[in-house]
Design a protein around this ligand. Structure first.
Ligand SMILES: N[C@@H](CCC[C@H](N)C(=O)O)C(=O)O
Length: 269
C-alpha cells in the first residue's frame, strides 16, 4: 500500500506527518515508526506524527519518537500541524487538549499549565523539583517540569560547552526518571533571553525542542532568573515563550513544510 507523507519541521526539529484523518492507514507500531524515522534506511525524522479524527477536538495528534516510544507532547510538531490545518484548531494529545492558531509562517500554541509535583514529572521518589539535590558530573541541581512530557532543566554558564552527547543519554535513562526524561541545558543571558540545547528522550540531540523551551522558561521564571516573557534561542532558532498570570504557557514560533512524498508501507512493516 502506498502511503502519502508530509515532511515538516519546526526550527529544524523534523517530522514525518501521516494524515489518517483522510487516508485509512494500517495500525502504527513503535517498531514501524522507528524504521520510518531511521535517517539512513527510512525517511528520517526526530518524531513521527499521526493525525487522526477526534470526538473531542478538531483532530487528534499522536507523537512517536525516533526510537518508537509514543509520548504526550511535542511543541514544535503542534505548530507544524496547525500550520498544515490552516486555521485555529483544538488538538487532542495524550498530554492534554491544546489550542493553537497559525501566525506569520508559524503558530502560537496554548501549551497549558506546567506541573511541578515530583510524582507528576514523574520522579522515582519525593524531592524538591525546583532545585533537585542530584547531579551528574558537572551538571547539578536541575529543575524538573512536566509540560505534557517530562523535562530536567540545568542552568549552566555556557550550554555550548556541555558534553550533552554523553551526559544526555545517562540522565535520560537514570532510574530517578521512571518514564525517562528530556534533558535541557540552558544559559540565562538576560531576564528576557535564554540559550538552550536539548537532548530529547527517544530522539537524542535535536535542533530545537518546543516543550523544552517552555519547561526551561518556566523553570527560569520560578527561580527568579527571568521575566514572564522570554526568547529561548535554540540551535535551530528562537521561540517566544510567555507564562501568563492564568498559569498557561503560550509558545510562538515558525514551522515549515519541507516536501511531500509517498512510501510503500510494506517496506517498513
Ligand atoms: N521535539 C519535541 C518533543 C518531542 C517529545 C520528546 N522527545 C519526549 O519524549 O517527551 C518538542 O518540540 O517539544
Amino acid at each position: 500500500m502506498r502511503v502519502p507523507f508530509i515532511k515538516m519541521h519546526g526550527l529544524g526539529n523534523d517530522f514525518v506527518v501521516l494524515d489518517a484523518r483522510r487516508d485509512t492507514l494500517p495500525a502504527m507500531t513503535g517498531a514501524l515508526a522507528a524504521r520510518i524515522a531511521d535517517r539512513r534506511t527510512g525517511i528520517g525524522c526526530d518524531q513521527l506524527i499521526l493525525l487522526e479524527p477526534s470526538d473531542s477536538a478538531d483532530f487528534r495528534m499522536r507523537i512517536v519518537n525516533a526510537d518508537g516510544s509514543e509520548v504526550g507532547a511535542c511543541g514544535n510538531a503542534t505548530r507544524a500541524v496547525v500550520l498544515l490545518h490552516g486555521a485555529p484548531a483544538r488538538i487532542e494529545t495524550d498530554g492534554g487538549l491544546l489550542a493553537a492558531e497559525p501566525r506569520d509562517g508559524g503558530a502560537t500554541v496554548d501549551m497549558g499549565r506546567p506541573r511541578f509535583g515530583w510524582d507528576e514529572i514523574p520522579l522515582a521518589y519525593a524531592m524538591d523539583t525546583l532545585s533537585m539535590p542530584v547531579g551528574w558530573d558537572g551538571l547539578k541541581t536541575p529543575a524538573a517540569v512536566n509540560v505534557g512530557n517530562p523535562h530536567a532543566v540545568f542552568f549552566v554558564p555556557d550550554c555550548d560547552a556541555v558534553a550533552l552527547e554523553s551526559l544526555g543519554p545517562r540522565i535520560e535513562n537514570d532510574p530517578l526518571f521512571p518514564e525517562r526524561v528530556n534533558v535541557n541545558v540552558a544559559t540565562v543571558e538576560s531576564r528576557s533571553r535564554i540559550r538552550l540545547r536539548v537532548w530529547e528522550r527517544g530522539a537524542g540531540l535535536t535542533r530545537a525542542c518546543g516543550t523544552g523551551a517552555c519547561a526551561t522558561a518556566v523553570a527560569a521564571m520560578r527561580r527568579g532568573l527571568a521575566d514572564r516573557a522570554v526568547e529561548v534561542v535554540l540551535p535551530g532558532g528562537p521561540l517566544d515563550i510567555r507564562w501568563g498570570e492564568d498559569g498557561r504557557i503560550a509558545m510562538t514560533g515558525p514551522a515549515r513544510e519541507a516536501y511531500r512524498g509517498t512510501f510503500e508501507w510494506d517496506d517498513f512493516a
